[in-house]
Design a protein around this ligand. Sequence first.
Ligand code: SAM
Ligand code: SF4
Length: 324
Amino acid sequence: MTDLYGRNIDYARISVTDRCNYRCVYCMPEEGVNFIPHKEILSFEEIVRIIKILKELGIKKIRLTGGEPLVRKNIVELVGKITKIGLDDVSLTTNGSLLKIYAEDLFKSGLRRLNISLDTLNCERFANITRKGTLIDVLEGIEKAIAVGFNPVKLNVVVMKGINDQDDLIALANLTIDKEIHVRFIEIMPIGDNDQKDKFISCEEIKDNISKFFKLESTKGPFGNGPAEYYKLKNSKGTIGFISPLSKHFCAKCNRIRITSDGMIRLCLFSDVEYNLKERLRSNLTDDEIKKFILETLSFKPKGHPYIQKAREIYHRNMSAIGG
Ligand code: SAM
Ligand code: SF4
């Protein structure tokens, strides 16, 4: 699929649930959010149908996300159905808390790539950031994922000024030395009900902080490297990457669409405009009619999102509901 600006759209992120067992400070308010009623959430059949249709339209890569995808009941079964569709790549983003339990079965169901969110290696900070999580669960989950064969394993780190922008950067970068782990530092985005708007720190500053301790050599990223810029530490097995959705936004190269857990098409993370795909799926339309709807929708994909000041306004849906 090509959009009005000539961008080839071949990547879809699909949120399989808006629910989560954490309440990360940058993603949800402490008291949680009103979760979408179950009947409004896409069923497995609907998700599989959408993916098959998207494949016919030229989507080659799918990422399953959430909320926390591993809290969705029978997630392994869903992953198995999706990996059988025959896409070039299926991956999943998780907070890692349940990987100890699911890593092996996910691997057996055909999944090969995982992104795991981990913002700090300090237990207390981890508990404060996630509000509900325990660091050891995630560390054991990462070990398990590597042990059963996931490769590449990427860690996503949302960096917040004054919280995890100093020693954590060094500790996390250090993980890449002995293991083939790819640690990606991400700029915090002003999305949803979070009170972290003053915690923004750009990737340039993050990189400067790391460069005080390590010499960074520019390198090619692991498979599925998307918009990150990658570097290596001397003799490291893994890499570190920087993802700058605000300071150096990558709209011109944006190749993705999102499907929210309640079946809305979202063409840009920074635009609250959504298109109701679920309504079409539930109204006896044929696959061809749905394809036509998706293609028409694509013509509304914005050229870009506003520059930083404007982008620091709050976008309404939480990341957990959109599917980060
Ligand atoms: N629950 C899973 C997880 O945390 O990995 C998947 C969903 S989460 C919404 C997807 C990614 O979005 C995570 O890596 C998370 O850190 C990131 N994220 C959430 N809110 C964010 C924000 N305000 N700014 C930047 N990244 C954010
Ligand atoms: Fe849950 Fe992921 Fe959002 Fe944290 S970032 S609250 S783990 S959905």
